[in-house]
Design a binder for this molecule. Structure first.
Ligand SMILES: CSCCC(=O)C(=O)COP(=O)(O)O
Ligand SMILES: [Mg+2]
Length: 255
């Protein structure tokens, strides 16, 4: 068994990989849905909030025009303020019910989470083995994050984590502004950006479709099978390296 890594850097998904899915669904998402109305009322005059709302508005227009969604998802601009807020809340709750991984929603959520992390109400949950691997990789293997969550939200989770401030371990962050996690081109773009050959990058994720996209771009990959992740098929098991713990990477024959 080799203990010498054949990769120069790791690219890590968050939800289901560094962080339990339950943290995202039981803490992060309810923080948004429970505080939405208050948050809009309190921050209505903030330019940043209005920019985030504009992104939601533009996405909703695209949804109606390109995706044939009903006009009821639209967010009007020129109505009474409480009516506009009503449509924003409706739009966000609808998108969150289907766990949409789309930039405008993720950017809005990240903006809201800022207050939660600042007040200490939210603390990023990171698996124990992730911190141990970060310590072993420091100065040897570069660590990058690629999540559907906004870069702002990613930084908040690692800076305000239950393991302390982990920012110093992380060399860079990518979100879907570089492209969808399901597209081969996104992984090629990331490799170009970090100036590392695709076959020298190890991508870890719980999502098999993301793994397939990264593999088609020439990455080394492994599927994370954490408690609470979606079940894997027999084919997934046959065709992939499956890990339940980052520390298994250090003793895995093919890495
Ligand atoms: C900064 S992660 C917040 C969680 C989130 O909103 C999300 O969509 C995570 O998706 P991932 O790509 O990390 O599985
Ligand atoms: Mg994930």
């Amino acid at each position: 068994m080799s203990t010498i890594p054949t990769f120069k850097c790791v690219l890590l998904d968050i939800e289901g990989t560094t962080t339990p899915i339950s943290f995202v669904h039981d803490q992060l998402f309810p923080y948004v849905t429970n505080n939405l109305e208050n948050f809009l009322n309190k921050n209505w005059n903030s330019t940043e909030l209005q920019q985030k709302i504009q992104l939601l508005r533009e996405q909703a227009i695209k949804d109606v025009n390109d995706n044939n969604l009903p006009d009821s998802v639209l967010i009007p601009e020129s109505k009474e303020i409480n009516e506009i807020k009503h449509f924003i809340i409706k739009n966000i709750k609808w998108q969150m019910e289907i766990d949409r991984k789309i930039g405008s929603l993720k950017s809005f959520q990240g903006f809201m989470w800022e207050s939660g992390f600042e007040s200490g109400e939210l603390k990023g949950e990171i698996f124990d083995d992730v911190l141990e691997a970060f310590k072993r990789w420091k100065g040897i293997i570069q660590i990058f994050i690629y999540s559907s969550g906004s870069i702002n939200a990613q930084k908040l989770i690692f800076k305000n984590s239950d393991k302390g401030d982990l920012s110093s371990y992380i060399d860079g962050y990518f979100d879907t502004t570089i492209g969808s996690k399901l597209e081969k081109s996104s992984y090629i773009n990331i490799a170009k950006e970090i100036k590392v050959e695709p076959n020298e990058i190890l991508f870890l994720s719980d999502n098999v479709k993301e793994i397939v996209a990264a593999r088609s771009a020439g990455y080394q990959t492994a599927i994370m099978e954490r408690k609470g992740n979606s079940p894997l098929s027999d084919d997934d098991r046959k065709n992939n390296i499956i890990l339940s713990d980052f520390l298994q990477i250090f003793s895995h024959a093919t890495f």
